[in-house]
Design a protein around this ligand. Sequence first.
Ligand code: TXE
Length: 496
Amino acid sequence: METSGQQFIAGKRRSGTSGEQHSVTNPATGEVLATDTLAGPEDVNEAVAAARAAFAEWSRTTPAERSEAMLRWADRLQARSEEFADTESRIGGKPIRLTRGFDIPGSIDNVRFFAGAARNLEGRASAEYSGDHTSTVRREPIGVIGSIAPWNYPLQMAAWKVLPAVAAGNTVVLKPSELTPLTSVMFAEAAQEAGIPDGVINIVTGSGPVAGQALVTHPDIAMVSFTGSTAVGRQVAAQAAGLAKRVHLELGGKAPFVVFDDADLEAAARGAVAGALINAGQDCTAATRAYVQRPLYEAFVARVAELMDGVRLGPVDDPATDMGSLISLRQRDKVAAMVENAREAGATIVRGGRIPDGPLGQGAYYEPTLITDAAQDSAIVQQEIFGPVLVCLPFDSDNDAIRLANDTPYGLAASAWTSNVFRAGRASREIQAGCVWINDHIPIISEMPHGGYKASGFGKDMSVYSFDEYTNIKHVMSENTGERHKSWHDVVFTSR
Ligand code: TXE
């Protein structure tokens, strides 16, 4: 595994110049995987200059040229997929089964999707709206995009940020989380191997307050695309607003999981365990609040507890491991403190709520945790936990279910479980979230948009809708009569 060089600027891998050393570790074991100097403002300047220089050429490539390069990129990723799966697993403390089956194939599919979508960029049809002019709409790349990504799905987040931008003809400077930069650098290298010109995709690995700040405020960054916590997202948006920069925010979530009394109990219980524990719960769409209609409530809690008992924590390179560690001891301790506070506030910890005994306890592992009897307005129900924790609460009427589902500041994702088509329809209309699943929770596809309502942010990742973020719409109005004195001039002056 690469031990240095976590900047990828103008096609070259090198160390940063901030003077601050940082080690990437496997949070499941504490093993140091790579140590390097982080990026400082100088590195950000250089990366932005490289992206700006590359924009002139890349923005003029044909859609077919971009598409073909991206298809070759996907092939390079496919050829190296085992190496990507292994590195992604180690930097994130993720089970190898998850990275092989979800993170890596999902990212490769994203590259292939945007290779196709690059050839389908379009404006609306043109016409003679004024009578005397032909109006056309051009969709143009914006320029250099500054992207900031989190650590929970390092490769997928890099892909979501970079792909729509470059498919549309922009160039990018991506700042991954300094905890998990390795696969982002490999991703950019694979693009270079595929023939995408140097400078189109640059990676600066640095801390948020130093490299992140420098990127957001850089005058040559035309747009900031951020995925991370709502608190930092608000800061980024405020800075971007001060500079009148375009901004796209994908922030936290607190997804409700609503089980009506006509639902398939076994399907819902399995869905809740998978939806809450995927990526050890460090997923902004993870199922976090299960609201279960009273007649099913006790049986649902019992079955979820039973299924959680069967979830295997273990070494991340063991294909039998179901759940790995959290991203860091800090994140584990934050989750543990939130569960402890819930317990003190009167909630019942039905399962988990513990750091495992033995060797796993040395890593950032935390047991799958099921909580009941929490108050709707308590922190454990209202705030993002980002850990393997599911809270279950009962409800009586359908009105209650919708009200409770909408009762947090967030609005990223939700699910409703029912066999009644009218209930499903109502939930999909009335739950305020960027995605509502019916009888499932989590599946994500390249063709469909992902993004939030309310404090979960705005703007879409993935799908052709993401092009609305990463392109400018230009109206071109072309006069057709050739007359020197146009009729509309009369409202300004009439002398002939
Ligand atoms: O996020 P941050 P953290 C939530 C989740 C988690 C919490 C904290 O609840 O427990 O956030 O995680 C960069 N200017 N999510 O602290 O700090 C930072 O370097 C510019 C939800 O890791 O928001 C990283 O690259 N950039 C989320 C990125 O922002 C700054 C995924 C996200 O880090 C910056 C991750 C600054 N001032 C965490 N400060 C989701 N929506 O999926 C930090 N950064």
